[in-house]
Design a protein around this ligand. Structure first.
Ligand code: GLN
Length: 489
C-alpha cells in the first residue's frame, strides 16, 4: 500500500480495521522522504532507525489502537521546537549543533497520545520570514511548483504535509507563519488563541505573539491535534486554564449551524484578482449554508504591519540576546577576548534578516525611543484588539483571504522586505489581538496554485471555527493534492 496522502482519520480507521500497522505506515512515509525531499529541502533531521523502532513498539499495541487519539500518526516538527535528543536549530547557524535537553510540552503531549515524530523540518531563521528563504539551511520549495516558495516561516512544515512526507505537522505562528504557508500549500493551518497551547520548549521569537499550531489536510485533523496538545501547562505561565473542548466530538453531529461572517472591505484592497474571486466564492458557500455576510469596520488594522514590526523585533532583540556563543550552539574560532567572542559568534552565526530585526528592536527599546515606538505600538495594539471586540458584536467570525497572493517565485521578494512583510497583512492583526485564526483552502488560481481564506474567531473560539470550517469543507469537497503528493514530479 502507498502512504502519504492519508489523513489522521484515514490512518486511525485503517489501524482499527487492522489494514496496516504503524511500522508499515512509518516505513512508507520514510520512503517518501528519501525519494522526494531532495527536491524540497523540507527535512533537516530524520532518524529512521529510532523512528521505526518506536513504530514497531506500537505494532504490538495495535489491538488497543482506539485508546490513543494519535496512534501511529507521523508528525513533522518545525525545527524551533525542542525534542529531547534531537537538534533544534530554529533555522539558524548560531544554533547548529545544539541538542535539546528536554521536549516541548506540545510535542510531548502528541507523543504520549501515540504520535510518532517523523523528523524535524526547515524554517526561516528564528521563524522570521514569509517564504522560508531566510533559513541558514537553504530554502524549501513548494511541492505544487518547485520554482515557488512554500510560504514561511513554517515552510518545511507546510511542504512536508503537502508532499505526503508527514500526515500532519507542527509550526509556530507569530504573525502568520502557520496560516500563510498552509494557504500557499493547500492545507488547513490553525493559529490558536494566545495561551491555548503551551509555548514551553519553543525557541522564543516574540513571546507575546508566538503560538503553536498544526498543519493538516482536513479540519477534523486540525481539531484532533489541537485537542491533544491544548490546555494549561505549569511550565508556561501564559498558558490558559480555559477548558479544552473535545473539538472532534463537535464535528460528529450533523446539525447544521449558520454563522454571520464579518468582512472589512477596506482591508481587502490590493489582493490578487484570482484570490479575490476565490474568496468571494467561499463567501457564497457560507451563504448557501444559511450564513449571513455583514460589513464591518476594523479601522486600526491598517496600522498592524507597523505595529507588529515594532513589537516583534523588540521582543526578539531581548529573546535572542542569549545566543552569545557561550551557552548554545555556534562559537567563533577567532576571538581574542570575551567581548570579541560574543560579538563574533553573533556576527558569524546570525543571518541578515535576523540581525536587521535585532537592530530594529534594540533601537525601538532604547532610552528616549521607548515611549515613541514600543509604548505607542502597544497602545495601537490595544486599539486593534478593540476593533475586533466591536466587530464581534456584529458577527461570529471575521473572514479574510489568508494571503494577498498565491505562492510566489523564489527570489521574487527577497530584495524588498516591505513586499515580503505585506504577505502577512491579513494574519498579523490576529496575533496582535491574540485571537484564533484558521486557514482553509478554497480554490486554485490560474496557475493551479492553492488559495486559502482565513476565519478569525473570538478568544478561545476554536470550537466554532472548526464547526464552521468543517461544514464549509463538506460542501467544498476534497481539496486537490499537489502532484508530488500523488507520487509524481
Ligand atoms: N512573517 C512574519 C515575520 O517575519 C511572521 C513570522 C511568524 O509568524 N513567525 O515576522
Amino acid at each position: 500500500m502507498e502512504f502519504g496522502t492519508q489523513t489522521i482519520w484515514d490512518l486511525l480507521s485503517g489501524y482499527q480495521k487492522k489494514q496496516f500497522k504503524p511500522s508499515e505506515v512509518i516505513s512508507g512515509y520514510l520512503k517518501n522522504i528519501s525519494e522526494r525531499d531532495e527536491k524540497l529541502n523540507s527535512f533537516l533531521q530524520v532518524r529512521p532507525e529510532e523512528t521505526l523502532a518506536k513504530a514497531r513498539a506500537l505494532d504490538a499495541k495495535l489491538d488497543a489502537a482506539q485508546n490513543l487519539p494519535l496512534f501511529g500518526i507521523p508528525v513533522a516538527i518545525k525545527d524551533n521546537f525542542l525534542v529531547q535528543g534531537w537538534q533544534a536549530t530554529a533555522g539558524s547557524k548560531v544554533l547548529s549543533g545544539y541538542v535539546s535537553p528536554y521536549t516541548a510540552t506540545s510535542v510531548q503531549r502528541l507523543e504520549e497520545m501515540g504520535a510518532i515524530i517523523i523528523g524535524k523540518v526547515n524554517c526561516d531563521e528564528f521563524a522570521m520570514g514569509s517564504s522560508n528563504e531566510n533559513s541558514a539551511f537553504g530554502p524549501v520549495r513548494n511541492p505544487w511548483d518547485l520554482e515557488r516558495v512554500p510560504g514561511g516561516s513554517s515552510g518545511g512544515s507546510s511542504a512536508a504535509v503537502a508532499a505526503g512526507l508527514a500526515t500532519v505537522s507542527l509550526g509556530t505562528d507569530t504573525g502568520g507563519s502557520i496560516r500563510q504557508p498552509a494557504s500557499l500549500c493547500g492545507l488547513v493551518g490553525l493559529k490558536p488563541s494566545y495561551g491555548r497551547v503551551s509555548r514551553y520548549g519553543i525557541v522564543a521569537y516574540a513571546s507575546s505573539l508566538d503560538q503553536v499550531g498544526p498543519f493538516s489536510r482536513t479540519v477534523w485533523d486540525s481539531a484532533r491535534v489541537l485537542e491533544v496538545m491544548a490546555g494549561f501547562d505549569n511550565k508556561d505561565a501564559t498558558s490558559s486554564k480555559h477548558p479544552v473542548p473535545r473539538y472532534t466530538e463537535e464535528l460528529k453531529s450533523n446539525t447544521k449551524r449558520s454563522f454571520t461572517l464579518g468582512v472589512s472591505r477596506a482591508w481587502l484592497e490590493g489582493v490578487d484578482l484570482d484570490v479575490a474571486k476565490s474568496f468571494e466564492a467561499a463567501l457564497e458557500v457560507f451563504k448557501q449554508m444559511g450564513g449571513k455576510i455583514v460589513d464591518i469596520d476594523l479601522p486600526h488594522t491598517k496600522y498592524a504591519l507597523s505595529t507588529y514590526y515594532l513589537i516583534a523585533p523588540s521582543e526578539a532583540s531581548s529573546n535572542l540576546a542569549r545566543y552569545d556563543g557561550v551557552h548554545y550552539g555556534y562559537r567563533t574560532q577567532s576571538a581574542k577576548s570575551s567581548e570579541e567572542l560574543y560579538s563574533r559568534s553573533r556576527g558569524e552565526g546570525i543571518g541578515r534578516e535576523v540581525k536587521l530585526r535585532i537592530m530594529l528592536g534594540t533601537y525601538a527599546l532604547s532610552a528616549g525611543y521607548y515611549d515613541a515606538f514600543y509604548l505607542k505600538a502597544n497602545q495601537i495594539r490595544r486599539k486593534i484588539q478593540e476593533d475586533f471586540e466591536k466587530a464581534f458584536t456584529q458577527c461570529d467570525f471575521v473572514v479574510t483571504p489568508t494571503s494577498p497572493s498565491t505562492a510566489f517565485k523564489l527570489g521574487e521578494k527577497t530584495d524588498d522586505p516591505l513586499k515580503m512583510y505585506l504577505s502577512d497583512i491579513f494574519t498579523l492583526p490576529v496575533n496582535l489581538a491574540g485571537l484564533p485564526g484558521l486557514s482553509v483552502s478554497c480554490g486554485l488560481d490560474s496557475k493551479k496554485l492553492p488559495i486559502g481564506f482565513q476565519l478569525i474567531g473570538k478568544p478561545f473560539g476554536e470550537r466554532e471555527l472548526f464547526i464552521a470550517a468543517h461544514q464549509y469543507e463538506q460542501i467544498r469537497g476534497e481539496f486537490p493534492l499537489s502532484s508530488m503528493a500523488k507520487g509524481k514530479g
